[in-house]
Design a protein around this ligand. Structure first.
Ligand code: CP
Length: 315
């Protein structure tokens, strides 16, 4: 593997899953794979899980890690081309990417969308410019349109808990007080379809995701029908893709509650976290024995370690 930005970078999906199981069972079995290698983690946006789990994964493989909060700890970065740089942005992404690429062997990047201009966000330009100019492998730690390390951890978790070969996996929209990106649901839908699950996506009208990401999934507007018989409920809020970046409803009926979960096949509750309690999910559901959000977060180390190991093999 050279870069890791989506499920499309995975050559052998089932083999990657098997490697993840091995990595989970024996986290220090590859402790020298990254000896004398350095990973630089660049954050344009906040993080708890991604920041810590990716560092831990790299360290489990024997790598050195460096972490930089772009625009806070470094010079403010200009990401547009052809502009007169007479404002507060002192460094252009073209030089910054090339320089950082000389200091490390792998670069991880977190860069959220602005949610103002759909075409600009979906060009995923920051991660793509790093791929173009850094000269080293790039790992997405959540880009404007996908969150593949999260999705891979989600699939590892479903494999761990599933009781049938092809579980019904429901990606369920839930309300939120702020406009959030589509990156997690986009990516989750792609990975869950690639895993061969029965994937259903439910949301109010107007929250349709870009169909390029949900191909192979069933879109079900009838929430009760969607929840019925689900083995896993993956809750997530996202802002509208159609009416780009807008919040169209805050209807609490879409919150993951006992009323919705009682329709399922005693589904496991999943969320990528952080999650707003009693807005996205009730206390009683996230605190129930069917909630697997902590194990899901723990698997972020496994997904990152498996991906980094696959990149290190070809350095
Ligand atoms: N799920 C996730 O990516 O968490 P953080 O935003 O805290 O990294």
């Amino acid at each position: 593997m050279r870069h890791f930005t989506s499920v499309h970078d995975v050559l052998h999906f089932q083999r990657l899953l098997q490697e993840a199981v091995e990595m989970k069972n024996n986290p220090f079995g590859y402790a020298t794979a990254g000896q004398h290698r350095t990973m630089c983690l660049l954050f344009f946006n906040s993080s708890l899980r991604t920041r810590l789990s990716t560092q831990k994964a790299a360290q489990n493989l024997g790598m050195n890690t460096m972490v930089l909060n772009i625009n806070e700890d470094s010079w403010k970065m200009e990401t547009q081309f052809g502009v007169v740089m007479n404002g507060d942005k002192a460094e252009h992404i073209k030089e910054a990417a090339a320089v950082i690429g000389r200091y490390c062997d792998i670069i991880g990047i977190r860069s959220f969308p602005a949610l103002k201009n759909r075409a600009e966000d979906y060009a995923d330009s920051i991660i793509n410019q790093f791929i173009q100019y850094a000269g080293v492998p790039i790992v997405s730690m959540e880009s404007a349109i996908r969150h593949p390390l999260q999705s891979f951890a989600d699939i590892i978790t479903i494999e761990q808990y599933k009781k049938k070969a092809r579980p019904k996996v429901l990606l369920a929209w839930a309300p939120h007080c702020r406009a959030l990106p589509q990156s997690v649901p986009n990516s989750f839908a792609e990975w869950a379809v690639a895993a061969g699950y029965e994937v259903v996506v439910t949301h109010p009208e107007g929250y349709e995701l870009n169909p390029a990401f949900t191909e192979g999934a069933v879109i079900e507007y009838d929430r009760e029908k969607a929840y019925r018989g689900a083995d896993f409920v993956y809750a997530k809020n996202w802002s509208s893709y159609v009416h780009y970046g807008k919040i169209l409803t805050d209807d609490p009926a879409w919150m993951v509650s006992h009323q919705n979960m009682t329709l399922t096949n005693q589904a496991k509750f999943m969320h990528c976290l952080p999650v707003r309690r009693n807005l996205v999910v009730t206390d009683s559901i996230i605190d129930s024995s069917d909630s697997i959000v902590i194990e899901e977060a723990a698997n972020r180390v496994v997904s990152a370690q498996t991906v980094l190991w696959n990149i290190l093999k070809y350095l």
